[in-house]
Design a protein around this ligand. Structure first.
Ligand code: ZN
Length: 1127
C-alpha cells in the first residue's frame, strides 16, 4: 500500500478522511503487482489517494509470445474463402483519438440558461405535508380491526393504554423486562389460539408462551421487551441511524429510550418526551379543495369515524376504513371490549377474516396521489418536500433541489438525533439515479464550465458550489453548507451580493440556483492527468454449439450490423465517438482485425486461455464508419464460420480478461457486451462446476447459492473497475449456469445482466433484440466515481447497488447507465438542527460517451425534526420498500433466508409500533393504527417477504433467484414498486377512444372476473389473463380466433388486428414496454390452464403457493407483532 501513499494536496476530489484507503491495484490473482508505480487520478483524490490506475500494463499485455505461443486451434474452423487468419497479426498499439479531439462537445459556458423565477414557496410549504381533508377527518387509520387479535382466543382484551397509552398508564418499571425473550415473530402454533388463516411462511421456532402473553400482558409472563429475532451473527436489521459518534448524543429533553432494545417498546419507557396526543394536525395547512384525498393525511385527529362514509370520507378512499363486507358482519368476536364494525352481536366466527376491502389498498393510494398531485408541477424550491408517488405522472421544476427522478428518500424529514432515529427504526436512505433520463418536457442538467481552475469547491470538504453555499463578506468568501469552512471566492468567480445577500448573478448560474447541473471537469479530474480517450464497445459472442444451433449467433450478427449506427453520441455530434471491437469464443478466443484498410477481416485465435492477452492492437478497436465494410463482412461470416461447430464447452473469465486487456491497451474505458450460453466448464481460469443444490433451500447453507463459488471473479472485477471496463452480460441458458458467479463482474462493474432461459428464436427474439438495442443505445457514464457528501450531523455509511468500493466513501463504477440506482444509507454522527436541516450532495465524476470528463452534481435539502410525528408524516413508503428489499437481498448472502425475513418483519413492526406509541392518539389496543404515509408498508413488505429471493416457489431456479437478487439491487423506486406489487388492469374497462388507462385493480384472484381479461405487468413480464367466460366478440377482437378454446397459450405476442380494441390494448402494452428498462416477456394465460399457476404467483395479495402469507393474514400478523411490542 505504501506506493499509494502519495499525498496530493489541494486536489479537487476527495476529502480528508481518516481511514480513506487508497485503491489497491492487484493482479489477477489478487496479488499486488510488485513494483508497479500507481499513477493517480490526479485531482480526483483527496489528500489521500483514492482511485488509482496501474501504470503501463505489465505481464498481461505483451507482444506476441515467441515461444509457447498459442496455436490456432483445430476448434476454430476456418471455412475456405473466409477471412485470412494471420496468427498474431501485430501492429502498432492502437491509439485513441487525440485528446484535443475530446475537448469540444457542448458549448458549455454559452449554454443557454434561462433564469428561473425565484423559488417562491410552493403551494405546499415543506413542513406541511398534509394534503388531506381537514384535520377533523384526517385521523389515523384506526381500523377497528377487532378481528386482528390474533392468538387472543382468551377473548380478554389487553389492558387499554398499556404501553402506548397516556404515559400515566404505564405500569411497571423497565426493570421487569430485562430478561431475554424469544423471537418476536411468533409462530401460529396451535397453542396460541386460532389463527385467522393458516399462515405458513417462515416462522421461527418460538416459545409457545408468546401468544398467551399477547392476550395477557401480565408481567410475569415471558418477558417481551428484549426479544429479538434469532439472528445470525453480523446481521442486524437495516440500521437506523444508530449513530457513529458515541459522545454526540446528550440525552434530549425527550429522554430517548435506551438503545439496547432496538426500539422495541417497553412499557416503562412510554415516558418519552413525545406526548402521545400531540396535536399534529395543528401543522396541517388549510384543506386544499382539490386535494381532498388522504394521501398525506395526518397522523392525528379526533377518534376515527366508525364508518368510513362519515365525515366526508368516501368508502375506500384510502383503502383503510373499509366496511366489513357481507359475510363478515363484524370482527368483534375475539375482543368483546373492542369496537366492532357492525352493531350486531358478534357471532364467534372461527374463520375470522378481515374484509380485504377494509384494509389499505395500494390501488386507492396510487389513485389518490395521482388525482391530488398529478396536475401541478412539483417545484423543488422548498426544503424537505415529499414528492408525488412514482406512480403519479408529474412535471418537475428544478428550483434548487434535485428532482425526485434523481433522488428519492425514505423520509424527507430526518430525526434530529440518532436516538430518535433509532427509536423509530425508520431507515434513513436515499435512492439515487445520477444519470436518470428526464421526460422531454423537463430540462436536462446544464453544463457549467468554470474554466481552467475547475469547479469552485469548499477548501475543506471539497463540496462543489451549490445553492446552499452562503456568500459572505460582500461576496469575497463563501461558507460551506456542509462543513461550515469558509473559502475565498477566486477573483474570476467574484460577484457582488444584493441586499438579501444573494449574488446578483444568482439566476445566471445553474450551480447557484438549481438542484442538478454538470461541471466540465478539468484535466486534473482525469486519470494520469490526461484527458480520456472516447470509450469503446467490445462485442463478445459465444459461438459454441448451443449458441450456433439456436440461431443466436446469426441473430446477434445480423442485429449488430444495423445497431452499430445507433451507438450513443454526444449532443450535436454527427457520429458516435465510440470505437468497436469483436471477439468470438468457445474454449478458445478469436479476435478480429477489422481495420479499414483490410479487404477482409482477419481472425486471430488465442488458445492459451490460461494467460489471456490481446493478440492484436491495431485494427481491433475501430471507428464504425471507417471500417464499416470490413465489419459487415465479418458479421456476415461469423455465423458461417461456426455453423458446423461441435464445441460445447465454453470459457468465461478469459473473455472478460481479453476485453479488459484490449481496453487497457487502447487506453480507454468501455463496455463489454458478452453473449453467453453455458456454465464455463472448459479448462481455464474461472472454470466453474455445477454446484446447484435445491436441497439447500431453507437450510443454513442456502446463502451459498447466492455467493460466487470462487473469488476469482471478484478479483477480476476489481481489475475491470480500475480500467473502467463495464460488463453487460446476456445469458441464454438451457440449464444452470451459475448466475451468482457469472454475475459478479457485471455487478461490480456497474453492468447489467439479461437472462433468456431456454432461448428460442421465435419466442424470445423480439425481447432480446429490444433489450440489446436499448442497452447499446442507452446513456452511460464510464470510469465513474460517485461520492455523497452530507452536512454535519449525518453521514453516508452504507451503499447498495451494482458497483465496487475500495474505501468507505467512494462508489466506483466502471460504467453507470441511466437506469441504474445507487442506494445510500445515512446515519447520524451528530445532532441535527431543525433550523439548518440536512443537506446531501451527490457528485458523480464520469466520462461521457464522447470521452468528455464531467461532474454531475445533485443537491437535496431535507428537513429535520424533533417530533417523531414529523418523521412519519414525511416518509415515502415506496422508497422505504426499495431500501428494505435491497437490504434484505444483500442480507441473504450471509444469513439464512428465514433470518432475513424475520428481521424485516421485526423492523417493520417496530416502525409501526413506535408510531402507535408516540404519534397516534390513545385508542383501543384492538385497533391497528398505521401512519398515513406508511399504511401500505405491510402489504408491500409482505410482497418482498414472499418474493422469489426470500421465499422461492418450487418452479424458481437458483439462477432465477441470483438474477433477481442482482436486478433488484440497482432498481429505482418505480421499478421496485411495480416489481413487488404488479400493475393489474381489467381489459374490458379499456376505453378505446381515450388515452387514459382503466383503473387498476388489486392483485388478488377474488378480484378477477371470469368474464374479463386482465393485463398484469411487473417490469419483467406482462401477462394477459383470459377468463373462461369472456365474450366471444372480445376474444375475436384481441386474438383473432372464434372462442376461448382456440386461443393458443403459446402466443408471446398479440396478433395485429385492425379493430379499435386490439389497437388500444397493444398500444397499452407498447406504452408499458417503453416505460421499463427491459423488454417484458408477454405471456398469455387462459383461466384454468396450467400456466395459470405462474400467473397466480403475481397475485401478491393472495396466499402464495410457496407459503407466503396473504395480505390479510400478514396484516393480522403485523398487528399482533405491534401489539406485542407495545405490551
Ligand atoms: Zn465544506
Amino acid at each position: 500500500m505504501s506506493v499509494n501513499q502519495q499525498a496530493h494536496t489541494g486536489l479537487p476530489y476527495g476529502q480528508p478522511q481518516p481511514g480513506y484507503q487508497g485503491y489497491q491495484q492487484s493482479g489477477y490473482g489478487g496479488q499486488q503487482m510488485p513494483g508497479v508505480h500507481h499513477s493517480q487520478y490526479g485531482a480526483y483524490n483527496g489528500p489521500l489517494p483514492g482511485y488509482q490506475q496501474p501504470a503501463p500494463p505489465q505481464g498481461t499485455l505483451r507482444a506476441p509470445p515467441t515461444s509457447g505461443a498459442p496455436l490456432p486451434t483445430s476448434g476454430a474452423p476456418v471455412p475456405a474463402g473466409q477471412p485470412v487468419y494471420s496468427q498474431f497479426g501485430q501492429g502498432d498499439v492502437q491509439n485513441g483519438i487525440a485528446t484535443s479531439a475530446v475537448q469540444m462537445q457542448r458549448p458549455s459556458a454559452s449554454q443557454p440558461f434561462i433564469p428561473g423565477t425565484a423559488p417562491t414557496p410552493v403551494s405546499q410549504p415543506a413542513t406541511f405535508q398534509q394534503y388531506g381533508p381537514p384535520p377533523t377527518s384526517a385521523q389515523q387509520l384506526t381500523n377497528h380491526m377487532a378481528g386482528m387479535q390474533i392468538g387472543s382466543s382468551t377473548s380478554a382484551p389487553p389492558p387499554a393504554g398499556l404501553g402506548y397509552g397516556p404515559p400515566t398508564s404505564v405500569p411497571p418499571t423497565s426493570g421487569s423486562f430485562t430478561a431475554t425473550g424469544s423471537g418476536l415473530y411468533t409462530s401460529y402454533s396451535s397453542s396460541q389460539g386460532p389463527p385467522p388463516v393458516t399462515m405458513t411462511h417462515g416462522l421461527p421456532p418460538t416459545s409457545l408462551s408468546q401468544g398467551l402473553s399477547l392476550a395477557q400482558p401480565a408481567f410475569s409472563g415471558p418477558p417481551l421487551s428484549a426479544q429479538r429475532l434469532p439472528q445470525a451473527p453480523g446481521f442486524v436489521p437495516p440500521p437506523c441511524s444508530t449513530g457513529i459518534g458515541p459522545s454526540s448524543y446528550p440525552p434530549t429533553t425527550g429522554a430517548p429510550r435506551p438503545s439496547t432494545m432496538q426500539g422495541s417498546q417497553l412499557p416503562g419507557q412510554a415516558l418519552t418526551g413525545l406526548p402521545t396526543s400531540q396535536p399534529n394536525h395543528v401543522s396541517s395547512p388549510p384543506p386544499h379543495p382539490s386535494m381532498s384525498g388522504p394521501a398525506m393525511t395526518g397522523l392525528q385527529g379526533p377518534p376515527p369515524p366508525t364508518h368510513p362514509s362519515q365525515s366526508g370520507y368516501q368508502m375506500q378512499q384510502n383503502g383503510s376504513f373499509g366496511q366489513v363486507r357481507g359475510p363478515q358482519p363484524n370482527y368483534g368476536g375475539a375482543y368483546p371490549g373492542t369496537p366492532n364494525y357492525g352493531s350486531q352481536p358478534a357471532p364467534p366466527p372461527p374463520p375470522k377474516r378481515l374484509d380485504p376491502d377494509s384494509i389499505p389498498s395500494p390501488i386507492q393510494v396510487i389513485e389518490d396521489d395521482r388525482n391530488n398531485r398529478g396536475s401541478e408541477p412539483f417545484i423543488t424550491g422548498v426544503r424537505g418536500q415529499v414528492p408525488p408517488l412514482v406512480t403519479t405522472n408529474f412535471l418537475v421544476k428544478d428550483q434548487g433541489n434535485a428532482s425526485p427522478r434523481y433522488i428519492r428518500c425514505t423520509s424527507y424529514n430526518i430525526p434530529c438525533t440518532s436516538d430518535m432515529a433509532k427509536q423509530s427504526q425508520v431507515p434513513l436512505a436515499a435512492v439515487i439515479k445520477p444519470l436518470a433520463m428526464l421526460p422531454t418536457d423537463e430540462t436536462p442538467p446544464y453544463l457549467v464550465d468554470h474554466g481552467e481552475p475547475g469547479p469552485i469547491r469548499c477548501n475543506r470538504c471539497k463540496a462543489y458550489m451549490c445553492p446552499f453555499m452562503q456568500f459572505i463578506e460582500g461576496g469575497r468568501r463563501f461558507q460551506c453548507c456542509f462543513c461550515s469552512c469558509v473559502t475565498e471566492v477566486p477573483p474570476h468567480y467574484f460577484q457582488h451580493l444584493d441586499h438579501t445577500g444573494k449574488r446578483v448573478d444568482f439566476y445566471d448560474r445553474p450551480e447557484l440556483s438549481l438542484g442538478s447541473y454538470e461541471f466540465l471537469a478539468t484535466v486534473s479530474y482525469c486519470k494520469n492527468n490526461k484527458f480520456p480517450n472516447p470509450p469503446a464497445f467490445i462485442f463478445m459472442i459465444d459461438v459454441s454449439y448451443n449458441a450456433v444451433k439456436s440461431g443466436l449467433v446469426r441473430l446477434i450478427c445480423e442485429e449488430l450490423k444495423s445497431l452499430l449506427d445507433y451507438m450513443p453520441r454526444e449532443g450535436n455530434m454527427e457520429e458516435s465517438a465510440i470505437r468497436v471491437g469483436f471477439v468470438t469464443y468457445n474454449k478458445v478466443l478469436h479476435f478480429y482485425n477489422v481495420k479499414s484498410s483490410l479487404a477482409q477481416p482477419q481472425m486471430m485465435v488465442v488458445s492459451d486461455v490460461a494467460d489471456m492477452f490481446v493478440p492484436l492492437l491495431d485494427g481491433f478497436l475501430v471507428n464504425v464508419n471507417e471500417s464499416r465494410t470490413v465489419i459487415v463482412s465479418l458479421l456476415d461470416q461469423i455465423p458461417e464460420m461456426f455453423a458446423d461447430t461441435r464445441e460445447t464447452e465454453t470459457v468465461f473469465a478469459p473473455v472478460i480478461q481479453a476485453g479488459m486487456e484490449a481496453l487497457k491497451a487502447a487506453e480507454c474505458a468501455g463496455k463489454l457486451f458478452i453473449f453467453h450460453t453455458s456454465l464455463p466448464i472448459a479448462e481455464a481460469p474461472g472454470k466453474l462446476k455445477n454446484r446447484d443444490d435445491r436441497k439447500l433451500i431453507n437450510t443454513d447453507k442456502e446463502k451459498t447459492l447466492f455467493q460466487p463459488q470462487t473469488s476469482f471473479y471478484s478479483n477480476l472485477a476489481k481489475d475491470c473497475v480500475a480500467q473502467g471496463c463495464c460488463v453487460d452480460l446476456f445469458l441464454f441458458p438451457n440449464q444452470y449456469l451459475d448466475v451468482a458467479t457469472l454475475g459478479v463482474v457485471p455487478y461490480q462493474t456497474g453492468g447489467t445482466i439479461y437472462k433468456y432461459a431456454y432461448f428460442q428464436l421465435e419466442t424470445d427474439q423480439e425481447r432480446f433484440l429490444n433489450d440489446l438495442r436499448k442497452d447499446v443505445q442507452k446513456e452511460v457514464g464510464f470510469d465513474a466515481v460517485m461520492r455523497v457528501r452530507t452536512s454535519t450531523g449525518i453521514r453516508a455509511t452504507d451503499f447498495f447497488g451494482a458497483f465496487y468500493m475500495s474505501n468507505t466513501t467512494d462508489v466506483e463504477l466502471a460504467g453507470l447507465d441511466c437506469d441504474k440506482t445507487i442506494t445510500v444509507e445515512f446515519r447520524h454522527d451528530d445532532k441535527l438542527s431543525e433550523d439548518s436541516g440536512a443537506l446531501l450532495q451527490c457528485a458523480l465524476l464520469y466520462t461521457n460517451c464522447a470521452g468528455q470528463r464531467r461532474l454531475r452534481i445533485h443537491n437535496l435539502s431535507l428537513n429535520c425534526c424533533t417530533q417523531l410525528a414529523d418523521l412519519y408524516r414525511n416518509c415515502e413508503t415506496d422508497t422505504l420498500i426499495n431500501f428494505l428489499a435491497k437490504f434484505a437481498y444483500r442480507g441473504v448472502l450471509n444469513n439464512p433466508v428465514k433470518t432475513v425475513r424475520d428481521t424485516l418483519i421485526n423492523q417493520c413492526a417496530q416502525i409501526l409500533a413506535c408510531y402507535r406509541k408516540n404519534c397516534a392518539s390513545p385508542s383501543s389496543a384492538g385497533q391497528l393504527i398505521l401512519p398515513e404515509c406508511m399504511k401500505l408498508l405491510p402489504v408491500y413488505l409482505n410482497c418482498v417477504l414472499k418474493s422469489d429471493v426470500l421465499q422461492p416457489g418450487a418452479e424458481v431456479t437458483t439462477d432465477d433467484r441470483a438474477y433477481i437478487r442482482q436486478l433488484v439491487s440497482s432498481m429505482d423506486v418505480a421499478e421496485t414498486n411495480v416489481f413487488f406489487y404488479p400493475r393489474l388492469l381489467p381489459l374490458t374497462k379499456v376505453d378505446v377512444d381515450s388515452d387514459t388507462l382503466p383503473a387498476a385493480i388489486r392483485n388478488s384472484e377474488e378480484r378477477l372476473s371470469k368474464g374479463d381479461m386482465y393485463l398484469l405487468e411487473n417490469g419483467l413480464n406482462i401477462f394477459v389473463w383470459v377468463g373462461v367466460n369472456v365474450q366471444q366478440g372480445l376474444i375475436q377482437n384481441l386474438f383473432g380466433v372464434s372462442s376461448f378454446n382456440h386461443i393458443s397459450s403459446t402466443l408471446n405476442t398479440l396478433p395485429v388486428l385492425e379493430n379499435p380494441f386490439s389497437k388500444r390494448v397493444r398500444s397499452i402494452i407498447d406504452m408499458f414496454q417503453a416505460q421499463r428498462s427491459r423488454y417484458m416477456k408477454l405471456i398469455i394465460v387462459k383461466q384454468e390452464d396450467k400456466l395459470e399457476m405462474l400467473f397466480k404467483h403475481f397475485l401478491v395479495e393472495d396466499k402464495s403457493m410457496s407459503g407466503g402469507a396473504s395480505y390479510v393474514d400478514f396484516l393480522c400478523h403485523m398487528h399482533k407483532e405491534i401489539r406485542q411490542l407495545l405490551s
